[in-house]
Design a protein around this ligand. Sequence first.
Ligand SMILES: [Zn+2]
Length: 242
Amino acid sequence: MTTGTDHIRHFDGIGPVRFTRSARAGRMRIQVRAGEGVSVVMPLGMVLETAEGFLLSRKEWIQRAQQKFAQVRLSPTVFRPGEAFPIRNYSLKMVKAPGNMLRTWLRDNDLMVSFPETANPEDARVQAFVRKSIERLLKAEALTYLPARTAMFARLHGLSCSGVKVRNNRTRWGSCSSQDSISLNIHLMRLPDALIDYVVLHELVHTVHRNHGPGFHQLLEKVYPGHRKAEKLLRNYSPGVF
Ligand SMILES: [Zn+2]
C-alpha cells in the first residue's frame, strides 16, 4: 500500500509529475502512462530533491515515452450512416427522417438514431445526440452486465466486495474503495468481453491487495492468466474518448 503524501510538481518540458512514497518500493520508479501523466514512486526514506534530480536526468526518456502516447491518442469518432459502431449487443444505425427531430430507439440489435433529412449527419447537434444516445445504452447495458459479472467472478474465486456501482467516468475504467466497494465505468461496454473481465478482476483483486505490488500481480495472474497483456491492450481504449 502506498504511504506518505502525494506531491504534484510541475517540470518544464515534462508537465505535472506526481510523487508518491511507498514502503514497497526498493528503488525509485518512473511511470509514464497514457492519460495519467507521469508519476514517480520512491522508497520511504528518499528525499524529494533526490527523486527530482533523478527524474530530470531521465527527461529525454520521459519525453520519448510521452510522444509515443501522443501518437496513439484517440480522437473522437464521427458517427456516419452506413458505418458500424458496436455497443456490446447492439450496433448503431443512423437513418434519415422527415421533419426536424432527432430520435432514438432500439430495434432488435440496433440502436436506431434518426436525423432530419435536411441536416448533415456530421453536424455537431446530430453527433452530440448520437453520442448521448450511445451513453444511455452503455449505461443500461452496464447495469445489467457488470454487477452480475462481478458477483460471478467473486463467487468463482472466493473474493468479496461490498457493492458494485456503475458510473460514467472520463478517466478511470474502475476503482475499488477502502470499504471494498467497486466502481465500474459504463464505457467498459465498448470493450471486448475479455478486457471487461480483466478490469472486473483487477478491481476484485484490489479487495485483497490495495496496491499494485507483487502480491497483487500474482493473484491477478492466477485469476486472469495473461493479465499483463490485457493491461497493455486496454491502453488502446479510453473511457473518455469514443
Ligand atoms: Zn489497480
